[in-house]
Design a protein around this ligand. Structure first.
Ligand SMILES: Cc1cc2nc3c(=O)[nH]c(=O)nc-3n(C[C@H](O)[C@H](O)[C@H](O)COP(=O)(O)O)c2cc1C
Length: 186
């Protein structure tokens, strides 16, 4: 069995829904075990991360950047950086925010850099963008991201109905894609 872990932070539940979709995509692949870990619970899960074949990181975009609680997790991981414990594991990322753009790309770039510091191998979203005149709100990759999965949650809508189904399907695609690569490469 290969192991894919999703580590995420969510302040108000929207990014948690996106993380759950990533998890479902990874868990749908035969031969892969998936695990979803909130950063608030990370203290008990460092060994799980060290044993994983792939780690997918996710956080909301707050002030054009990763949320502070996720950044706290990143800094806590520096103890593992010293030993390069995550070297050659697959890595991928996702983020959610209120605005269509909202500077989400900056959050994903921060995650790419974080993974590179750990000498991980970054997996891009690997989905063409939906950007034609026929594009619809629930299309896969409607925000045209390549580094990772993006989701957009209207600022006045609860996590019960946001992010929209297409963004959750995009997240699920990322989880499945990483899980399939974990089977192929490890
Ligand atoms: C402190 C803070 C900063 C935010 N900054 C941004 C931002 O830079 N860009 C954006 O599009 N949305 C921003 N938002 C909106 C959140 O990204 C959005 O509400 C998101 O759905 C929250 O996800 P969560 O429920 O997982 O916490 C911000 C929200 C908060 C609370």
């Amino acid at each position: 069995m290969k192991s894919v872990i999703i580590v995420f932070h969510s302040g108000y539940g929207h990014t948690k829904k996106q993380a759950e979709a990533v998890y479902q995509g990874a868990a749908s692949v035969t031969g892969v075990t998936a695990q979803l870990i909130a950063v608030e619970e990370i203290t008990n899960h460092w060994e799980d991360l060290n044993a994983a074949d792939a780690i997918i990181f996710g956080a909301p975009t707050y002030m054009g950047s990763l949320s502070a609680k996720f950044k706290h997790f990143m800094e806590d991981s520096s103890k593992l950086w010293y030993t390069q414990a995550w070297k050659n594991k697959l890595a991928a990322g996702f983020t959610n925010s209120a605005s269509f753009n909202g500077d989400k790309a900056n959050t994903l770039i921060e995650l790419v850099t974080f993974a590179a510091q750990h000498a991980m191998i970054w997996v891009p979203l690997s989905l063409l963008p939906s950007n034609s005149s026929k594009s619809e709100r629930n299309d896969l990759n409607r925000m045209g991201s390549s580094l990772g999965a993006m989701a957009q949650s209207d600022s006045d809508v609860s996590a019960e109905i946001a992010p929209p189904p297409g963004d959750l399907a995009t997240a699920s695609y990322l989880g499945k894609h990483v899980a399939e690569l974990a089977l192929r490469f490890y």
